[in-house]
Design a binder for this molecule. Structure first.
Ligand SMILES: CCCCCCCCCCCCCCCC(=O)N[C@@H](Cc1ccccc1)C(=O)O
Length: 583
Protein backbone atom coordinates (compact mmCIF):
# COMPACT_ATOMS: atom_id res chain seq x y z
CA UNK A 1 0.00 0.00 0.00
CA UNK A 2 1.28 3.44 -0.83
CA UNK A 3 1.09 5.71 2.22
CA UNK A 4 -0.36 8.98 1.07
CA UNK A 5 0.47 12.47 2.32
CA UNK A 6 -2.99 12.60 3.90
CA UNK A 7 -2.15 9.51 5.95
CA UNK A 8 1.07 11.03 7.23
CA UNK A 9 -0.56 14.35 8.11
CA UNK A 10 -3.46 12.55 9.70
CA UNK A 11 -1.21 10.34 11.81
CA UNK A 12 0.83 13.32 13.01
CA UNK A 13 -2.37 15.14 13.90
CA UNK A 14 -3.63 12.12 15.77
CA UNK A 15 -0.41 11.71 17.76
CA UNK A 16 -0.41 15.44 18.64
CA UNK A 17 -4.02 15.24 19.71
CA UNK A 18 -3.36 12.21 21.92
CA UNK A 19 -0.35 13.92 23.57
CA UNK A 20 -2.35 17.11 24.10
CA UNK A 21 -5.24 15.32 25.70
CA UNK A 22 -3.07 13.10 27.90
CA UNK A 23 -1.18 16.18 29.17
CA UNK A 24 -4.45 18.03 29.73
CA UNK A 25 -5.93 15.15 31.71
CA UNK A 26 -2.76 14.79 33.73
CA UNK A 27 -2.53 18.50 34.58
CA UNK A 28 -6.25 18.80 35.35
CA UNK A 29 -6.00 16.78 38.56
CA UNK A 30 -6.92 18.71 41.68
CA UNK A 31 -4.91 18.38 44.91
CA UNK A 32 -6.71 17.08 48.02
CA UNK A 33 -8.39 19.73 50.20
CA UNK A 34 -6.77 21.09 53.37
CA UNK A 35 -8.34 21.80 56.76
CA UNK A 36 -9.61 25.36 56.72
CA UNK A 37 -8.77 27.86 59.45
CA UNK A 38 -12.07 29.23 60.80
CA UNK A 39 -12.83 32.22 62.99
CA UNK A 40 -14.51 29.81 65.42
CA UNK A 41 -11.29 27.76 65.89
CA UNK A 42 -9.97 27.97 69.42
CA UNK A 43 -6.61 29.15 68.14
CA UNK A 44 -7.88 31.68 65.58
CA UNK A 45 -6.28 35.03 66.35
CA UNK A 46 -8.99 37.72 66.08
CA UNK A 47 -8.19 41.25 65.00
CA UNK A 48 -8.95 42.83 68.37
CA UNK A 49 -8.80 46.59 69.00
CA UNK A 50 -5.36 46.30 70.50
CA UNK A 51 -3.96 44.35 67.52
CA UNK A 52 -5.50 46.85 65.13
CA UNK A 53 -4.09 49.70 67.20
CA UNK A 54 -0.60 48.14 67.01
CA UNK A 55 -0.82 48.07 63.23
CA UNK A 56 -2.18 51.60 62.89
CA UNK A 57 0.60 52.90 65.14
CA UNK A 58 3.19 51.03 63.06
CA UNK A 59 1.97 52.83 59.93
CA UNK A 60 2.36 56.22 61.65
CA UNK A 61 6.16 55.92 61.83
CA UNK A 62 7.60 57.56 58.71
CA UNK A 63 10.27 54.90 58.23
CA UNK A 64 11.27 56.17 54.79
CA UNK A 65 14.34 54.98 52.84
CA UNK A 66 15.27 57.33 49.99
CA UNK A 67 18.90 56.38 49.27
CA UNK A 68 21.23 54.09 51.20
CA UNK A 69 22.65 57.18 52.95
CA UNK A 70 19.30 58.93 53.27
CA UNK A 71 16.99 57.08 55.67
CA UNK A 72 14.59 58.50 58.28
CA UNK A 73 16.69 56.85 60.97
CA UNK A 74 14.87 58.52 63.83
CA UNK A 75 11.49 57.07 62.86
CA UNK A 76 13.06 53.71 62.03
CA UNK A 77 14.64 53.59 65.49
CA UNK A 78 11.40 54.69 67.17
CA UNK A 79 9.43 52.07 65.26
CA UNK A 80 11.80 49.50 66.76
CA UNK A 81 11.23 50.95 70.23
CA UNK A 82 7.47 50.77 69.70
CA UNK A 83 7.76 47.11 68.72
CA UNK A 84 9.84 46.33 71.79
CA UNK A 85 7.30 48.03 74.07
CA UNK A 86 4.19 46.55 72.44
CA UNK A 87 4.99 42.84 72.48
CA UNK A 88 5.92 42.05 76.10
CA UNK A 89 5.96 38.26 75.79
CA UNK A 90 8.44 38.36 72.95
CA UNK A 91 10.70 41.05 74.36
CA UNK A 92 10.49 40.65 78.14
CA UNK A 93 8.60 37.67 79.54
CA UNK A 94 9.64 34.61 77.60
CA UNK A 95 12.56 32.36 78.45
CA UNK A 96 12.62 30.83 74.96
CA UNK A 97 13.17 34.11 73.08
CA UNK A 98 16.41 35.99 72.61
CA UNK A 99 16.50 39.18 70.60
CA UNK A 100 18.84 42.01 69.72
CA UNK A 101 19.12 45.15 67.67
CA UNK A 102 21.59 44.70 64.80
CA UNK A 103 23.48 47.65 63.31
CA UNK A 104 21.34 49.98 65.47
CA UNK A 105 18.07 49.70 63.59
CA UNK A 106 17.42 46.13 62.43
CA UNK A 107 15.95 43.46 64.72
CA UNK A 108 16.88 39.79 65.10
CA UNK A 109 15.01 37.19 67.17
CA UNK A 110 15.54 33.54 68.03
CA UNK A 111 12.66 31.42 69.32
CA UNK A 112 14.10 28.25 70.84
CA UNK A 113 12.29 25.07 69.82
CA UNK A 114 12.07 22.03 72.09
CA UNK A 115 13.70 19.65 69.59
CA UNK A 116 17.28 20.69 68.78
CA UNK A 117 17.46 18.01 66.07
CA UNK A 118 15.06 19.96 63.87
CA UNK A 119 16.66 22.44 61.53
CA UNK A 120 15.44 26.01 62.18
CA UNK A 121 13.81 28.29 59.65
CA UNK A 122 13.70 32.06 59.20
CA UNK A 123 10.87 34.56 58.80
CA UNK A 124 11.91 37.87 57.23
CA UNK A 125 10.28 41.26 56.69
CA UNK A 126 11.43 44.89 56.54
CA UNK A 127 10.58 47.97 58.56
CA UNK A 128 11.32 50.70 56.02
CA UNK A 129 9.02 52.08 53.32
CA UNK A 130 9.42 54.02 50.08
CA UNK A 131 8.70 57.77 49.98
CA UNK A 132 5.24 59.11 49.26
CA UNK A 133 4.37 61.01 46.10
CA UNK A 134 1.18 62.87 45.05
CA UNK A 135 0.03 63.41 48.61
CA UNK A 136 -3.09 65.19 47.37
CA UNK A 137 -4.23 62.07 45.50
CA UNK A 138 -4.39 59.81 48.56
CA UNK A 139 -7.85 59.01 49.97
CA UNK A 140 -6.36 59.07 53.48
CA UNK A 141 -3.03 60.50 54.70
CA UNK A 142 -0.27 57.94 54.02
CA UNK A 143 1.13 57.97 57.57
CA UNK A 144 -2.19 57.97 59.39
CA UNK A 145 -3.22 54.31 59.52
CA UNK A 146 -6.74 55.64 58.98
CA UNK A 147 -9.56 53.14 58.41
CA UNK A 148 -11.95 53.80 55.52
CA UNK A 149 -14.57 51.42 54.16
CA UNK A 150 -12.98 48.43 55.83
CA UNK A 151 -9.39 49.21 54.69
CA UNK A 152 -6.41 50.43 56.68
CA UNK A 153 -4.61 53.05 54.59
CA UNK A 154 -0.98 53.98 54.64
CA UNK A 155 2.50 53.54 53.26
CA UNK A 156 3.72 50.12 54.39
CA UNK A 157 0.31 48.45 54.71
CA UNK A 158 1.25 45.99 51.94
CA UNK A 159 5.01 46.62 51.79
CA UNK A 160 5.98 45.45 54.33
CA UNK A 161 4.67 46.42 57.77
CA UNK A 162 1.79 43.95 57.47
CA UNK A 163 4.37 41.15 57.51
CA UNK A 164 6.43 42.69 60.32
CA UNK A 165 3.38 43.14 62.54
CA UNK A 166 1.72 39.89 61.43
CA UNK A 167 4.79 37.84 62.41
CA UNK A 168 5.01 39.65 65.75
CA UNK A 169 1.29 39.19 66.59
CA UNK A 170 1.46 35.48 65.70
CA UNK A 171 4.57 34.95 67.84
CA UNK A 172 3.18 36.96 70.75
CA UNK A 173 -0.02 34.88 70.64
CA UNK A 174 1.99 31.64 70.63
CA UNK A 175 3.97 32.74 73.67
CA UNK A 176 0.87 34.04 75.48
CA UNK A 177 -0.43 30.47 75.34
CA UNK A 178 2.86 29.11 76.66
CA UNK A 179 3.42 27.11 73.52
CA UNK A 180 7.00 26.18 72.79
CA UNK A 181 7.41 25.15 69.15
CA UNK A 182 9.31 21.94 68.43
CA UNK A 183 11.33 23.61 65.71
CA UNK A 184 13.40 26.71 66.45
CA UNK A 185 12.93 29.71 64.24
CA UNK A 186 14.52 33.08 63.64
CA UNK A 187 12.90 36.38 62.76
CA UNK A 188 14.87 39.10 60.95
CA UNK A 189 13.51 42.59 60.32
CA UNK A 190 15.78 44.68 58.08
CA UNK A 191 15.61 48.46 58.09
CA UNK A 192 16.75 49.42 54.57
CA UNK A 193 15.34 46.86 52.13
CA UNK A 194 14.00 49.57 49.85
CA UNK A 195 17.56 50.72 49.18
CA UNK A 196 19.10 47.26 48.68
CA UNK A 197 19.37 46.15 52.32
CA UNK A 198 23.15 46.31 52.73
CA UNK A 199 23.05 47.91 56.18
CA UNK A 200 20.05 45.95 57.41
CA UNK A 201 19.76 42.46 55.95
CA UNK A 202 23.48 42.46 55.09
CA UNK A 203 24.33 42.86 58.79
CA UNK A 204 21.55 40.55 59.99
CA UNK A 205 22.83 37.69 57.81
CA UNK A 206 26.39 38.25 59.09
CA UNK A 207 25.16 38.28 62.70
CA UNK A 208 23.23 35.05 62.13
CA UNK A 209 26.50 33.41 61.02
CA UNK A 210 28.35 34.80 64.04
CA UNK A 211 25.72 33.12 66.20
CA UNK A 212 26.72 29.79 64.64
CA UNK A 213 23.81 29.40 62.24
CA UNK A 214 25.04 27.73 59.07
CA UNK A 215 21.97 26.14 57.56
CA UNK A 216 18.30 26.96 57.68
CA UNK A 217 15.54 24.61 56.55
CA UNK A 218 13.70 27.33 54.68
CA UNK A 219 13.15 31.09 54.57
CA UNK A 220 9.94 33.04 54.02
CA UNK A 221 10.32 36.68 52.98
CA UNK A 222 7.99 39.26 51.44
CA UNK A 223 7.12 38.63 47.83
CA UNK A 224 4.31 37.66 45.56
CA UNK A 225 0.74 38.07 46.84
CA UNK A 226 -2.51 36.12 46.62
CA UNK A 227 -3.97 37.33 43.32
CA UNK A 228 -7.68 37.24 42.57
CA UNK A 229 -9.28 38.31 39.29
CA UNK A 230 -5.89 39.36 37.97
CA UNK A 231 -4.89 36.35 35.90
CA UNK A 232 -7.12 35.96 32.85
CA UNK A 233 -9.26 32.83 32.88
CA UNK A 234 -8.62 31.90 36.52
CA UNK A 235 -11.45 32.66 38.92
CA UNK A 236 -10.00 31.27 42.16
CA UNK A 237 -7.40 33.12 44.27
CA UNK A 238 -3.88 32.33 43.11
CA UNK A 239 -1.24 32.28 45.82
CA UNK A 240 1.94 32.83 43.85
CA UNK A 241 5.07 31.87 45.75
CA UNK A 242 8.28 33.40 44.47
CA UNK A 243 10.64 30.43 44.24
CA UNK A 244 13.16 32.53 42.38
CA UNK A 245 13.90 36.18 41.93
CA UNK A 246 14.81 38.00 38.78
CA UNK A 247 18.34 39.31 38.43
CA UNK A 248 19.02 42.99 38.05
CA UNK A 249 21.37 44.66 35.57
CA UNK A 250 21.70 48.42 35.61
CA UNK A 251 23.55 49.91 32.65
CA UNK A 252 24.69 53.45 31.96
CA UNK A 253 24.66 54.34 28.26
CA UNK A 254 26.59 57.42 27.21
CA UNK A 255 27.52 59.27 24.04
CA UNK A 256 30.25 61.92 23.93
CA UNK A 257 30.56 64.53 21.16
CA UNK A 258 32.64 67.68 20.83
CA UNK A 259 30.68 70.70 22.11
CA UNK A 260 30.05 73.68 19.83
CA UNK A 261 27.77 76.52 18.83
CA UNK A 262 24.14 75.58 18.11
CA UNK A 263 24.19 77.72 14.97
CA UNK A 264 26.58 75.29 13.24
CA UNK A 265 25.41 71.87 14.49
CA UNK A 266 26.88 68.53 13.36
CA UNK A 267 24.57 66.17 11.47
CA UNK A 268 23.97 64.07 14.57
CA UNK A 269 24.02 65.11 18.24
CA UNK A 270 24.92 63.05 21.31
CA UNK A 271 21.25 63.33 22.30
CA UNK A 272 20.03 62.05 18.94
CA UNK A 273 22.43 59.09 18.92
CA UNK A 274 21.54 58.11 22.46
CA UNK A 275 17.82 58.54 21.83
CA UNK A 276 18.12 56.17 18.88
CA UNK A 277 19.94 53.59 21.02
CA UNK A 278 17.24 53.79 23.68
CA UNK A 279 14.52 53.51 21.05
CA UNK A 280 16.16 50.39 19.62
CA UNK A 281 16.22 48.79 23.06
CA UNK A 282 12.55 49.55 23.61
CA UNK A 283 11.54 48.33 20.17
CA UNK A 284 13.46 45.06 20.51
CA UNK A 285 12.47 43.47 23.81
CA UNK A 286 14.48 40.51 25.04
CA UNK A 287 13.11 37.16 23.82
CA UNK A 288 10.30 35.43 25.64
CA UNK A 289 11.56 32.64 27.87
CA UNK A 290 8.14 31.03 28.21
CA UNK A 291 8.63 27.30 28.30
CA UNK A 292 12.10 27.46 29.87
CA UNK A 293 11.41 28.64 33.39
CA UNK A 294 9.21 28.55 36.46
CA UNK A 295 6.41 30.39 34.69
CA UNK A 296 5.68 27.16 32.80
CA UNK A 297 5.03 25.28 36.05
CA UNK A 298 3.07 28.25 37.35
CA UNK A 299 0.71 28.18 34.37
CA UNK A 300 0.47 24.39 34.30
CA UNK A 301 -0.49 24.23 37.95
CA UNK A 302 -3.36 26.62 37.25
CA UNK A 303 -4.79 24.29 34.60
CA UNK A 304 -7.44 22.66 36.87
CA UNK A 305 -8.97 26.10 37.40
CA UNK A 306 -9.25 27.01 33.73
CA UNK A 307 -11.91 26.61 31.09
CA UNK A 308 -11.47 23.60 28.81
CA UNK A 309 -9.95 25.33 25.85
CA UNK A 310 -7.53 27.21 28.05
CA UNK A 311 -6.68 23.88 29.75
CA UNK A 312 -5.84 22.32 26.44
CA UNK A 313 -3.59 25.22 25.45
CA UNK A 314 -1.84 25.80 28.77
CA UNK A 315 -1.25 22.04 29.19
CA UNK A 316 0.65 22.16 25.91
CA UNK A 317 2.95 25.15 26.17
CA UNK A 318 5.50 23.08 24.19
CA UNK A 319 3.12 23.44 21.24
CA UNK A 320 1.55 26.87 21.82
CA UNK A 321 4.64 28.71 23.06
CA UNK A 322 4.61 31.46 20.45
CA UNK A 323 0.96 32.52 20.53
CA UNK A 324 0.97 32.31 24.33
CA UNK A 325 4.11 34.44 24.58
CA UNK A 326 2.47 36.99 22.35
CA UNK A 327 -0.64 37.09 24.54
CA UNK A 328 1.36 37.33 27.77
CA UNK A 329 3.58 40.05 26.39
CA UNK A 330 0.66 42.42 25.92
CA UNK A 331 0.15 43.14 29.65
CA UNK A 332 3.05 44.59 31.70
CA UNK A 333 2.40 42.23 34.64
CA UNK A 334 2.49 39.04 32.56
CA UNK A 335 5.17 40.40 30.23
CA UNK A 336 7.43 40.77 33.29
CA UNK A 337 6.96 37.07 34.01
CA UNK A 338 8.00 35.72 30.61
CA UNK A 339 11.08 37.75 29.76
CA UNK A 340 13.94 39.99 30.80
CA UNK A 341 12.43 43.47 30.85
CA UNK A 342 14.00 46.78 29.93
CA UNK A 343 13.14 50.06 31.68
CA UNK A 344 14.87 53.28 30.70
CA UNK A 345 14.81 55.05 34.04
CA UNK A 346 17.03 58.14 33.55
CA UNK A 347 18.03 60.38 30.65
CA UNK A 348 20.29 63.40 31.08
CA UNK A 349 21.90 65.70 28.55
CA UNK A 350 22.58 69.31 27.68
CA UNK A 351 24.28 72.19 29.44
CA UNK A 352 22.89 75.34 27.85
CA UNK A 353 20.18 76.48 25.42
CA UNK A 354 22.60 77.21 22.58
CA UNK A 355 25.43 74.69 23.18
CA UNK A 356 25.80 71.41 21.29
CA UNK A 357 25.57 68.87 24.14
CA UNK A 358 28.97 67.28 24.85
CA UNK A 359 27.50 64.33 26.76
CA UNK A 360 24.23 62.43 26.83
CA UNK A 361 23.63 59.72 29.43
CA UNK A 362 20.81 57.25 30.08
CA UNK A 363 20.26 54.57 32.71
CA UNK A 364 18.66 51.29 31.70
CA UNK A 365 17.31 48.98 34.39
CA UNK A 366 16.90 45.34 33.32
CA UNK A 367 15.17 42.69 35.43
CA UNK A 368 16.63 39.41 34.24
CA UNK A 369 14.58 36.29 33.69
CA UNK A 370 16.04 33.27 35.59
CA UNK A 371 16.82 31.54 32.27
CA UNK A 372 19.27 34.29 31.26
CA UNK A 373 22.50 35.74 32.60
CA UNK A 374 23.75 39.32 32.93
CA UNK A 375 26.33 38.69 30.18
CA UNK A 376 23.68 37.44 27.75
CA UNK A 377 21.65 40.57 28.38
CA UNK A 378 24.64 42.87 27.78
CA UNK A 379 25.51 41.03 24.55
CA UNK A 380 21.94 41.29 23.32
CA UNK A 381 21.79 45.04 24.10
CA UNK A 382 25.08 45.63 22.29
CA UNK A 383 23.84 43.87 19.19
CA UNK A 384 20.52 45.72 19.25
CA UNK A 385 22.12 49.16 19.71
CA UNK A 386 24.70 48.30 17.07
CA UNK A 387 26.50 51.63 17.39
CA UNK A 388 30.06 51.87 18.75
CA UNK A 389 29.56 55.51 19.65
CA UNK A 390 27.28 54.40 22.48
CA UNK A 391 29.37 53.38 25.50
CA UNK A 392 27.85 50.78 27.84
CA UNK A 393 28.94 50.77 31.47
CA UNK A 394 27.71 48.27 34.06
CA UNK A 395 26.50 49.97 37.26
CA UNK A 396 24.94 46.94 38.99
CA UNK A 397 24.99 43.29 37.96
CA UNK A 398 23.05 40.79 40.01
CA UNK A 399 22.34 37.38 38.50
CA UNK A 400 18.87 35.83 38.88
CA UNK A 401 18.52 33.79 42.08
CA UNK A 402 18.67 29.99 42.01
CA UNK A 403 15.31 28.23 42.00
CA UNK A 404 14.13 26.93 45.36
CA UNK A 405 12.63 23.45 45.69
CA UNK A 406 8.89 23.35 45.24
CA UNK A 407 8.03 19.66 44.96
CA UNK A 408 5.54 17.54 46.86
CA UNK A 409 8.21 16.42 49.32
CA UNK A 410 9.87 19.78 49.90
CA UNK A 411 9.15 20.59 53.49
CA UNK A 412 9.27 24.40 53.49
CA UNK A 413 7.20 24.72 50.33
CA UNK A 414 4.61 22.28 51.65
CA UNK A 415 4.41 24.06 55.03
CA UNK A 416 3.82 27.31 53.19
CA UNK A 417 1.32 25.77 50.79
CA UNK A 418 -0.66 24.14 53.58
CA UNK A 419 -0.74 27.38 55.57
CA UNK A 420 -2.02 29.30 52.55
CA UNK A 421 -4.73 26.73 51.94
CA UNK A 422 -5.83 26.97 55.57
CA UNK A 423 -6.47 30.69 55.13
CA UNK A 424 -7.56 30.62 51.47
CA UNK A 425 -9.20 27.19 51.03
CA UNK A 426 -10.16 27.93 47.44
CA UNK A 427 -6.71 29.16 46.45
CA UNK A 428 -4.33 27.41 44.12
CA UNK A 429 -0.74 27.71 45.30
CA UNK A 430 1.72 28.00 42.44
CA UNK A 431 5.45 28.60 42.05
CA UNK A 432 6.32 31.98 40.54
CA UNK A 433 9.16 34.36 39.77
CA UNK A 434 9.43 37.45 41.93
CA UNK A 435 9.80 40.25 39.42
CA UNK A 436 11.44 42.71 41.85
CA UNK A 437 14.25 42.21 44.36
CA UNK A 438 14.23 41.80 48.11
CA UNK A 439 16.60 41.26 51.04
CA UNK A 440 16.87 37.52 50.29
CA UNK A 441 20.12 38.04 48.34
CA UNK A 442 21.97 38.16 51.68
CA UNK A 443 20.64 34.80 52.87
CA UNK A 444 21.06 32.58 49.82
CA UNK A 445 23.93 30.63 51.41
CA UNK A 446 21.78 29.48 54.31
CA UNK A 447 19.34 27.35 52.33
CA UNK A 448 18.18 26.27 48.91
CA UNK A 449 14.59 26.92 49.96
CA UNK A 450 13.75 30.61 49.87
CA UNK A 451 10.09 31.49 49.42
CA UNK A 452 9.09 35.04 48.60
CA UNK A 453 5.45 35.31 49.55
CA UNK A 454 3.26 37.94 51.21
CA UNK A 455 -0.15 36.80 52.45
CA UNK A 456 -1.76 39.94 51.05
CA UNK A 457 -4.89 39.43 48.98
CA UNK A 458 -4.89 41.52 45.81
CA UNK A 459 -7.65 42.28 43.35
CA UNK A 460 -7.50 44.16 40.03
CA UNK A 461 -6.04 47.61 40.63
CA UNK A 462 -4.16 46.58 43.78
CA UNK A 463 -0.71 45.73 42.33
CA UNK A 464 -0.43 49.42 41.33
CA UNK A 465 -0.61 50.34 45.02
CA UNK A 466 2.87 48.84 45.58
CA UNK A 467 5.06 51.93 45.96
CA UNK A 468 2.08 53.83 44.50
CA UNK A 469 -0.98 55.76 45.63
CA UNK A 470 -3.49 54.67 48.26
CA UNK A 471 -1.53 51.70 49.58
CA UNK A 472 -4.00 49.82 51.79
CA UNK A 473 -5.01 46.46 53.25
CA UNK A 474 -8.47 45.29 54.29
CA UNK A 475 -9.15 44.55 57.95
CA UNK A 476 -10.12 41.00 56.95
CA UNK A 477 -6.87 40.53 55.07
CA UNK A 478 -4.74 41.83 57.94
CA UNK A 479 -6.37 39.22 60.22
CA UNK A 480 -5.49 36.61 57.57
CA UNK A 481 -1.87 37.81 57.56
CA UNK A 482 -1.59 37.27 61.33
CA UNK A 483 -3.24 33.85 61.18
CA UNK A 484 -1.20 32.81 58.16
CA UNK A 485 2.03 33.31 60.11
CA UNK A 486 0.57 31.55 63.15
CA UNK A 487 -0.34 28.52 61.03
CA UNK A 488 3.03 28.59 59.34
CA UNK A 489 4.74 28.38 62.73
CA UNK A 490 2.42 25.59 63.89
CA UNK A 491 2.69 23.64 60.64
CA UNK A 492 6.48 23.76 60.80
CA UNK A 493 6.19 21.57 63.88
CA UNK A 494 3.96 18.95 62.38
CA UNK A 495 6.42 16.70 60.61
CA UNK A 496 10.06 15.77 60.19
CA UNK A 497 12.43 17.61 57.96
CA UNK A 498 11.47 16.08 54.65
CA UNK A 499 7.79 15.31 54.75
CA UNK A 500 4.68 17.09 55.84
CA UNK A 501 2.39 14.13 55.33
CA UNK A 502 1.24 14.45 58.93
CA UNK A 503 -0.77 17.53 57.96
CA UNK A 504 -4.31 16.30 58.03
CA UNK A 505 -6.52 16.65 54.97
CA UNK A 506 -10.23 17.24 55.57
CA UNK A 507 -12.64 14.33 55.88
CA UNK A 508 -13.93 13.08 52.57
CA UNK A 509 -16.28 15.63 51.10
CA UNK A 510 -19.73 14.40 50.02
CA UNK A 511 -19.60 13.19 46.45
CA UNK A 512 -20.75 15.61 43.80
CA UNK A 513 -22.48 14.23 40.78
CA UNK A 514 -21.93 17.07 38.40
CA UNK A 515 -18.86 16.85 36.25
CA UNK A 516 -17.47 18.23 33.09
CA UNK A 517 -15.60 16.95 30.12
CA UNK A 518 -13.81 18.03 27.07
CA UNK A 519 -14.25 16.20 23.83
CA UNK A 520 -12.02 16.49 20.84
CA UNK A 521 -12.94 14.68 17.63
CA UNK A 522 -10.13 14.01 15.20
CA UNK A 523 -10.55 12.48 11.76
CA UNK A 524 -8.30 10.19 9.79
CA UNK A 525 -9.39 7.78 7.06
CA UNK A 526 -8.33 4.79 4.96
CA UNK A 527 -10.22 4.50 1.78
CA UNK A 528 -9.87 3.72 -1.84
CA UNK A 529 -11.64 5.45 -4.62
CA UNK A 530 -10.93 5.99 -8.27
CA UNK A 531 -10.94 9.69 -7.75
CA UNK A 532 -8.89 9.87 -4.51
CA UNK A 533 -6.53 6.91 -4.59
CA UNK A 534 -6.13 5.23 -1.19
CA UNK A 535 -6.05 6.80 2.20
CA UNK A 536 -6.51 5.86 5.82
CA UNK A 537 -9.50 7.23 7.64
CA UNK A 538 -9.72 6.99 11.39
CA UNK A 539 -12.30 9.01 13.24
CA UNK A 540 -11.18 9.33 16.84
CA UNK A 541 -12.99 10.75 19.77
CA UNK A 542 -10.88 11.81 22.72
CA UNK A 543 -12.50 12.76 25.95
CA UNK A 544 -11.27 14.49 29.06
CA UNK A 545 -13.62 14.15 31.91
CA UNK A 546 -13.46 15.34 35.47
CA UNK A 547 -16.00 14.86 38.21
CA UNK A 548 -15.62 15.11 41.94
CA UNK A 549 -16.99 11.59 42.33
CA UNK A 550 -14.92 9.85 39.66
CA UNK A 551 -11.75 11.86 39.61
CA UNK A 552 -10.42 12.44 36.15
CA UNK A 553 -10.28 10.01 33.29
CA UNK A 554 -9.53 9.87 29.66
CA UNK A 555 -11.66 7.91 27.26
CA UNK A 556 -10.84 7.14 23.73
CA UNK A 557 -13.55 5.68 21.55
CA UNK A 558 -12.05 4.77 18.21
CA UNK A 559 -14.04 4.16 15.08
CA UNK A 560 -12.74 2.25 12.10
CA UNK A 561 -15.06 1.28 9.28
CA UNK A 562 -15.43 -0.76 6.13
CA UNK A 563 -18.00 0.60 3.80
CA UNK A 564 -18.80 0.74 0.17
CA UNK A 565 -20.39 3.62 -1.64
CA UNK A 566 -20.60 4.62 -5.25
CA UNK A 567 -18.89 7.92 -4.75
CA UNK A 568 -16.21 6.89 -2.22
CA UNK A 569 -15.37 3.32 -3.20
CA UNK A 570 -14.91 0.90 -0.31
CA UNK A 571 -13.79 1.37 3.23
CA UNK A 572 -13.63 -0.56 6.47
CA UNK A 573 -15.30 0.61 9.66
CA UNK A 574 -14.85 -0.82 13.16
CA UNK A 575 -15.95 0.98 16.30
CA UNK A 576 -13.70 0.32 19.31
CA UNK A 577 -13.93 1.69 22.83
CA UNK A 578 -10.92 2.31 25.09
CA UNK A 579 -10.85 4.05 28.45
CA UNK A 580 -8.20 5.28 30.87
CA UNK A 581 -9.59 6.22 34.18
CA UNK A 582 -8.27 7.56 37.48
CA UNK A 583 -10.57 7.86 40.44
C1 LIG B 1 1.58 37.25 37.24
C2 LIG B 1 1.07 38.57 37.67
C3 LIG B 1 2.01 39.30 38.55
C4 LIG B 1 1.34 40.37 39.33
C5 LIG B 1 2.31 41.16 40.12
C6 LIG B 1 1.83 41.50 41.46
C7 LIG B 1 2.67 42.38 42.25
C8 LIG B 1 4.07 41.93 42.47
C9 LIG B 1 4.68 42.53 43.68
C10 LIG B 1 6.13 42.48 43.63
C11 LIG B 1 6.74 42.94 44.90
C12 LIG B 1 8.17 43.00 44.76
C13 LIG B 1 8.81 43.52 46.00
C14 LIG B 1 10.07 44.15 45.60
C15 LIG B 1 10.66 45.04 46.66
C16 LIG B 1 11.33 46.20 45.99
O1 LIG B 1 10.69 47.12 45.58
N1 LIG B 1 12.67 46.18 45.84
C17 LIG B 1 13.37 47.20 45.12
C18 LIG B 1 14.68 47.58 45.82
C19 LIG B 1 15.75 46.58 45.74
C20 LIG B 1 16.68 46.65 44.72
C21 LIG B 1 17.71 45.72 44.68
C22 LIG B 1 17.82 44.76 45.68
C23 LIG B 1 16.89 44.72 46.71
C24 LIG B 1 15.87 45.64 46.74
C25 LIG B 1 13.56 46.81 43.67
O2 LIG B 1 13.32 45.68 43.26
O3 LIG B 1 13.96 47.71 42.91
Amino acid sequence: MIISVTTVYGSVLLILAVIMVIRTVHLSRRPPPTTECKETDSDFIPLTDIRLHHFQEAIKFETISRESDDLNVEDIYNFGEYIIASFPNIHHNSSIVTWERVNNYSLLYHIQGSDPALQPYLLMAHMDVVPVTNLDKWDAPPFSGEIKDGFIYGRGTIDDKQNVMGILEATEFLLSRNIQPNRSFYIAFGHDEEVKGTNGAGHLARRLREKGVEKLNFIVDEGMPVLEGILDGVAVPVASVGVSEKGQLILKLSVEMPPGHSSIPPKESSIGILAQAVQRLEENPHPSMLGYGIETDMLEQLVPEMSYWRRLIISNIWLFRYPLSWIMSRKPTTNAVVRTVTAVTMFNAGVKLNVIPPLAEAVVNHRIHPSQTCQEVIDYDRSVINDDRVKIEVLTAMEPHPTSNYGDLDFGYQVLKTSVKQLWPKATVVPAILVGNTDTIFYLNFTKNVYRFSPTHMFPGDPERFHGLNERISLKNYAQVINFFYHLIRNSDKAGSTSICALKPTQDEPAERTGSYLWLPVGLGLCETERMGSCLWLPVGLGLCETERMGSYLWLPVGLGLCETERMGSYFWLPVGLGLSKT
